[in-house]
Design a protein around this ligand. Sequence first.
Ligand SMILES: [Ca+2]
Length: 179
Amino acid sequence: MRFSILSAGLLLFSAACSSDGATGKVGDHSTLINTGFDDMAGWVPATPSLTKERARSGLYSIKTDKDIEYSLTYRQLLADVVSSKPRKLRLTGWVNTSGPDADAILSLQILSSKDGSTVFNEGVNVKEQVKKPGSWQQVSHEFVLPEKAISTDELRVFLWRAGSGAPVYLDDVELQLVE
Ligand SMILES: [Ca+2]
């Protein structure tokens, strides 16, 4: 699935996702990002996307709804996430939808550091994978990155409201280096 997100808007904040300093090296299936969002409260600008309405871990998750098109967003240079050129990344998250019409895309995006143009933009359609509203379900996808992605490009991970605007919650997000 491809879609265009060029106007990410004001709700894009740099999220201080925790990462394990012992990982992030090529050669194993390293965990590059691993967060349950609970450490972020107080450290990021106030945003309605960071919510205590539902949580799989701790007290917090992030959400999209009728007023939040883009969730709190992870933004980091590729070079600061992984030490050499990644070819394949696995993104995993736990999603809780508020009803059968709730829809969102768990998105992985790479933007050019030169001009902000989109180098890569794919996502996991939550509605296609989550069949039981109200319960936490895991979604996962492996993204094959294009050869043109370079270390100075910016990696973004976020939830994008794609459908009705009914709330969709995301918790316990992990990004792994596959190869
Ligand atoms: Ca949490």
